[in-house]
Design a protein. Structure first.
Lengths: 211, 291
């Protein structure tokens, strides 16, 4: 499995320069709109999108078919991609948070630091949840076709979020810190449970797949 | 006799095609050439052996283990080369080495780089810049650089020029010098198989037509070229296939020595290509007659 991850990093090496440009664009954009949160929220999604890039390279080369002739099990093939997702998520959160903090120091913010951290974490976990929904689809239909599902998944996710806020507003529930933390904790539990459900589904899909 | 690959009653249904109860065994230490027309089921059989598809019926033993391709310890000893190179385009030779080192316990970097040098593969360039021949050489180098006991090749020499093919066949010959090493080679290029194989496995429309020792096959089969009248005198049981034109009849016969003794016909040795072409043509003629 280490070999599979090594191969993915070799593939992603190709988008290194492009990523630096993207990092620069988000920095300039954040400065232009005077919002450090833009940077800390966009970088994790950019990093996680690299999973699709890695899977597209595999798809183009039909690498999975070849990998299964090596001492690699179908389960390991799936596991490697979920580990890559976690690593990209962690990298995105780290770069996003650090960059966001630096930009905040220059630009200032109307929100307190804990508020910003909570909102960045919430968005980060929402991205992760979206990818948990998407990964089994990628294994089933391939990376290129699954890109089409990406917009739909995000639309549904943000729709639900917006709907939730509207319901809270309409019912006049007081948004306390406790409520926010409660929702966040529930969300995190959901993301963790979703991760294992998604992994199980992907393993099942790959076990039944023919090459 | 020990067998590296044992296949029994392998069946796989697809819409419009069935690999139908295919059985054969590949003796350890031999080279088995796997021939058949396009769509005969060679790749399907290889995929089934490698557990890349789910079979409807039958069993496969690889290096003595039932469903061996499901076990990493068996796959450690198998090298596979397909028609295409499946290494991602952005990898360089040293990346392939580093990746394989992390996948195979018995990966031999020194051996891998020595093959790459022998094949004159550029170490600093990405796979995407390689020619088709270079990509195939890279796949072969990777397939041979661990403790490989069984080499499975699916059309690995197709589309390569004769010089590269010759170079690759030499490598296979070196590989089988070790007694325990086995090669299972599927190819359309019958001349390659004729040069290297010990046994010929012939698959036609999803069925095994025969598995014979190559030397026996080439020694016994013959092609008779004679007039239409003389052709009538040949016993039906001897005839594998017939080709007729305006001037003469060509007949592939099973035992050219027996016919030689009984008749005054001129009989040439049959090549593997003759055997393949006559047999397939005969099948097509029979189908046409039945319909």
């Amino acid at each position: 499995m280490k070999g599979l991850l090594y191969k993915d990093f070799c593939n992603l090496r190709q988008v290194g320069k492009q990523s630096l440009i993207v990092l620069g664009v988000f920095t300039v954009w954040s400065i232009f709109v005077k919002n450090s949160q833009l940077f800390s929220m966009m970088i994790p999604i950019y990093c996680m999108m690299m999973l699709f890039t890695a899977m597209s390279y595999d798809e183009m080369a039909c690498f999975d078919k070849y990998a299964l002739t090596l001492p690699v099990t179908r389960k390991e093939l799936v596991k490697a991609k979920y580990i890559l997702l976690c690593l990209l998520f962690a990298a995105g959160i780290l770069i996003g948070s650090l960059g966001g903090m630096v930009l905040r120091a220059f630009l200032g913010s109307q929100m307190s630091l804990p508020e910003e951290a909570i909102s960045a974490a919430a968005v980060g976990f929402l991205y992760l949840l979206a990818f948990e929904v998407l990964l089994p689809l990628v294994f089933r239909y391939g990376a290129e076709k699954a890109r089409l599902f990406l917009a739909a998944v995000f639309l549904v996710a943000f729709g639900l979020l917006y709907g939730g806020f509207t319901v809270v507003k309409m019912t006049g529930v007081q948004v306390s810190l406790q409520l926010v933390l409660g929702v966040l904790c529930t969300g995190i539990i959901l993301v963790f449970a979703g991760f294992f459900i998604s992994y199980g589904l992907s393993v099942k899909i790959i076990k039944n797949k023919e090459w | 006799m020990e067998y590296a690959v044992e296949v029994e009653g392998l069946t796989k249904h697809y819409p419009g095609f069935t690999l139908d109860h295919v059985s054969f065994a590949v003796p350890t230490g031999s080279v088995v050439g796997f021939i058949g027309e396009n769509g005969a089921g060679k790749s399907t059989a290889i995929k089934a052996i490698l557990d890349l598809i789910q079979v409807d019926e039958g069993r496969v033993r690889l290096l003595g283990m039932e469903n061996g391709a499901r076990f990493p310890e068996i796959k450690e000893q198998i090298g596979v080369v397909f028609e295409e190179s499946y290494f991602p385009d952005n990898l360089k030779i040293k990346d392939v080495d580093q990746m394989m080192k992390r996948i195979f316990h018995g990966w031999d970097s020194e051996k891998f780089f020595s093959y790459c040098r022998r094949f004159k593969l550029p170490e600093t360039k990405c796979v995407k810049t390689f020619s088709r021949g270079m990509k195939m050489k890279l796949s072969i180098a990777a397939a041979l650089s661990h403790q490989t006991k069984l080499l499975i090749l699916d059309e690995a020499t197709s589309g390569l020029d004769p010089i590269v093919r010759n170079e690759i066949l030499d490598i296979f010959r070196e590989f089988i010098e070790e007694e325990e090493c086995t090669v299972f080679l599927s190819s359309h290029i019958t001349s390659d198989i004729e040069r290297i194989a010990d046994y010929i496995l012939f698959l036609h429309e999803g069925h095994v037509l025969f598995m014979e020792e190559k030397d026996r096959l080439l020694y016994e089969y013959g092609v008779v070229r004679c007039s239409h009248e003389k052709a009538e005198r040949i016993e039906k049981k001897q005839i594998v296939g017939v080709r007729r034109n305006q001037f003469e009849t060509e007949i592939l016969v099973r035992d050219r020595r027996e016919i030689q003794e009984e008749t005054d016909l001129v009989i040439d040795r049959a090549s593997l290509e003759d055997i393949l072409l006559f047999t397939i043509k005969n099948g097509m003629d029979e189908e046409a007659e039945n319909s």
